[in-house]
Write a protein that binds this ligand. Structure first.
Ligand code: GDP
Ligand code: CA
Length: 316
């Protein structure tokens, strides 16, 4: 069985860990969001790709959900002593090695997709991890500051401002002229079905779908998504602030309606949201309710197995 998965960071990584356990023989291709990528201290950081790679490779800080295990912050502290910013982005010493390798190879002219494969030679995530594109796409957030509009990098809004300043617009800058990375469209076309893990619908899944060609390729397949919204709130993070920026209510039903029946064939919601099963807005989408908290790897595997079941059913 071949499965293609569009992935953000923490929500996707935990789901993928479950999927790999539930379907150990499946060939899984992960198409990762790079809109969150940022250059810090001259280094290219790919937070979502790294979260997936470290989680599946056994190097993640499991409580935090991102960054390396057994991490120290000596370099960041020294940089702060020099007054060199930004200090708000947690770059650990072990993690820095990944960004140094990536940046060195980028400077040598290698594409991000090739570099990601090289990094995965060390981590052996058990899936094929592809960036959505080798081109530069940067998610930008337009906020209002002192009566004027200001555009900041997604990470500045999310990490430094904790998404507490309302976003007027969220834009995947550069997406319109980006091309899917080598292998992305092929993996989607070859997949038996596509899964959308409980990732941020706007800045993770939405940005991947903004790369021309990807949404069309995905729509041609059986697609099953897992709701990142439970009981009207994100499970972790501030996805509600992103949904507000695009005028979508923070409910499991509204997120599925936003993806729409043209893209989505099946949708898993939490038991708390079981009214979504009969929601008239979701006509044309097969909705199932079950517990959706990935509190342990075993529970994440159960959720992934349920997503695969539903995908098989809607593919018939
Ligand atoms: P990020 O890039 O690290 O923000 O990660 P993602 O885009 O992959 O996912 C973030 C989303 O995962 C958030 O909207 C959370 O609500 C969702 N999420 C996190 N943990 C869980 C969980 O246990 N169950 C479900 N259903 N969603 C979760
Ligand atoms: Ca992210």
């Amino acid at each position: 069985m071949r499965i293609a998965v569009l992935a953000g960071g923490v929500g996707a990584a935990r789901f993928l860990q479950g999927l790999r356990a539930a379907e150990p023989d499946a060939e899984i291709t992960v198409i990762g969001n790079t809109g969150d990528d940022i250059t810090l201290f001259g280094l290219h950081v790919s937070p979502d790709l790294d979260t997936v790679m470290y989680t599946l490779g056994g190097g993640i800080n499991a409580e935090q959900g991102w960054g390396r295990s057994d991490e120290t912050f000596t370099v960041l502290a020294e940089l702060t002593e020099y007054g060199t910013g930004p200090g708000w982005f947690g770059l650990g010493d072990r993690d820095l090695a990944t960004h140094i390798v990536r940046s060195k190879l980028l400077a040598e002219g290698r594409p991000l997709s090739e570099i990601t494969a090289m990094l995965c030679d060390r981590w052996r995530p058990g899936v094929r991890l592809l960036p959505m594109t080798d081109d530069r796409v940067q998610t930008e957030v337009t906020i209002e500051a002192d009566g004027a509009e200001r555009t900041v990098h997604f990470q500045e809004w999310w990490v430094r401002l904790h998404a507490a300043v309302p976003a007027r617009r969220i834009t995947p800058a550069g997406a319109e002229s980006a091309r899917p990375a080598p292998g992305v469209l092929e993996a989607i076309a070859a997949a038996d079905f596509v899964l959308l893990p409980p990732s941020n619908p706007v800045v993770s899944i939405g940005v991947i779908l903004a790369v021309p060609g990807i949404a069309e390729a995905v729509s041609a397949k059986a697609v099953v998504g897992v709701s990142p919204i439970i009981g009207g709130a994100p499970v972790r993070g501030m996805a509600d602030a992103c949904l507000a920026a695009i005028g979508v209510p923070t409910t499991a039903t509204a997120v599925a309606a936003h993806y729409g029946p043209g893209l989505l064939d099946g949708w898993l919601v939490d038991t708390q949201d079981k009214q979504a099963v009969d929601a008239p807005e979701l006509a044309g989408i097969e909705v199932r309710a079950r517990p959706l908290y990935m509190s342990t790897p075993a529970l994440a595997a159960d959720i992934a197995a349920a997503a695969v079941d539903l995908a098989r059913q809607v593919s018939r």
